[in-house]
Unconditional design. Structure first.
Length: 437
């Protein structure tokens, strides 16, 4: 009796940690609190009323959308959601697709190194010079991507194709870690982490590595909710290495680029802690500055659906996009170029978009969750949406073709049903997951 109660408590905690409404409120409350503390300390300009309205409206709209679907779902005659047709995801299939995804990661890493060689040739320096001068590599990589984002360049296209399949592998790896007790799961984990860390260091970027690890952690959590075969201690042990790898990468990139020393702190630890604070609080401050100076016109979807608009431009169907791939810099009091995902929404559709887009996002995540507990393609889609929510305070996550390719490949190549412990358990989990936490 006690064992069953403890397992129920563990499942409830995991449902909270993978619940989109909880995540949306948590990230925006945290970012908002840190931003307000920065205003109080005199670091940021005063909060404008339009910014407060936009943020509160997005929070309310997301919650309303989520609770609307949950309410009507509870009125339905059955809590059973039909599972999409697909083959059962057994250990043999998992191993085969993990190997293929890992190969795609190695190809993405090789293409990244080739891109460094192309950049070195373009700027008339040696490959060795770029590899040993991370500051120049980062600067010229940004310039190169900014020049190629609206034009046909097959290197970024090939990297996106390989990276998207590699990213699906992290979702699959999260499932495998949760359901497997064999040592081989750590072999795959170490290989995937090594390749993604190598890619991150080649690009001197922590973003993609963090996203891949989040895919793994969220997929693990959702699989844990639907199967719950392991104890909390085992779950922590499984996820310790992926989370530690992100910390190692942040520290390594900080040493290479000296990011923590850019904020005027002599002590490296204080500089690192302040840079972490700056990443969380500054996007809202930048969004506040953007709203005070924005006078239109609205772009009607160019910024939210930029990857599609970019391809329309490449085929000569629309004019050249005005979207700045890395965003313009704002000084407040340090430089930043991220403005939360609400900037993309507002710049396209104004305050109407700030109300409608979070509502649709909340409704969609609640509707997707039961399917994500049963089907790998929907799990892949769902964790992408959850990462969009986790980064919503920072930037708009869906501004790259790679995420859309990842969704497409999930439905084309990974049409598998997720392993279930037993039917009655899955039914009860699906019913509980559709209810608000």
């Amino acid at each position: 009796m006690m064992h069953g109660a403890n397992r129920s408590e563990r499942l409830q905690v995991m449902r909270w940690l993978t619940n989109p409404l909880f995540l949306y409120v948590a990230v925006w409350t945290t970012a908002g609190t840190l931003y307000l503390l920065g205003i109080r300390a005199g670091m940021f300009p005063d909060l404008e009323s339009i910014t407060a309205v936009a943020v509160l409206l997005s929070l309310g709209a997301f919650a309303l959308g989520y609770l609307t679907w949950a309410f009507f779902h509870r009125l339905s005659p059955t809590d059973e959601t039909p599972a999409p047709a697909g083959r059962t995801l057994g250990s043999t299939r998992i191993a085969r697709w993990l190997k293929l995804s890992l190969l795609m990661g190695i190809i993405a890493m090789a293409l990244g190194l080739y891109r460094v060689a192309v950049i070195a040739a373009y700027f008339d320096v040696s490959f060795a010079f770029l590899i040993t001068h991370p500051g120049w590599l980062r600067l010229w990589l940004v310039i190169y991507l900014g020049m190629s984002h609206a034009h046909i360049d097959f290197i970024p296209v090939l990297i996106s194709l390989a990276s998207s399949l590699f990213a699906v592998g992290f979702v699959l790896l999260g499932v495998f870690l949760c359901i497997s007790r064999s040592f081989v799961r750590f072999v795959y984990l170490a290989a995937f982490l090594f390749v993604t860390l190598a890619v991150g260091l080649t690009n001197l970027s922590r973003y993609e590595v963090t996203v891949n690890v989040l895919y793994l952690v969220l997929a693990y959590g959702l699989t844990y909710v639907s199967s719950a075969r392991k104890s909390p201690r085992d779950a922590v042990f499984d996820l310790l290495l992926p989370l530690a790898s992100v910390v190692v990468l942040f520290a390594t990139v900080d040493v290479l680029l000296g990011k923590s020393s850019a904020y005027g702190h002599a002590d490296r630890l204080r500089g690192a802690l302040f840079s972490f604070y700056w990443y969380i609080a500054s996007p809202l401050a930048a969004f506040n500055e953007f709203l005070t100076g924005f006078d239109g016109p609205y772009q009607l979807g160019q910024y939210m659906f930029y990857p599609f608009y970019k391809w329309l431009y490449r085929f000569g169907l629309v004019s050249e996009p005005t979207f700045a791939f890395y965003g313009e810099m704002t000084f407040l009091p340090f430089m930043t170029n991220v403005y939360t995902y609400l900037r993309n929404v507002y710049e396209d559709f104004g305050m109407l978009g700030v109300a409608v887009v979070p509502y649709v996002l909340g409704w969609g995540t609640c509707a997707l969750r039961p399917l994500a507990l049963r089907s790998l393609p929907f799990l892949n889609l769902y964790v992408i949406v959850l990462v969009l929510i986790l980064f919503s305070f920072y930037n708009y996550f869906l501004n790259s073709s790679q995420m859309y390719l990842q969704i497409l490949f999930g439905f084309v190549f990974f049409r598998f049903e997720l392993p279930r412990r037993d039917a009655s358990h899955v039914t009860s989990v699906v019913a509980a997951s559709a209810a608000p936490v």
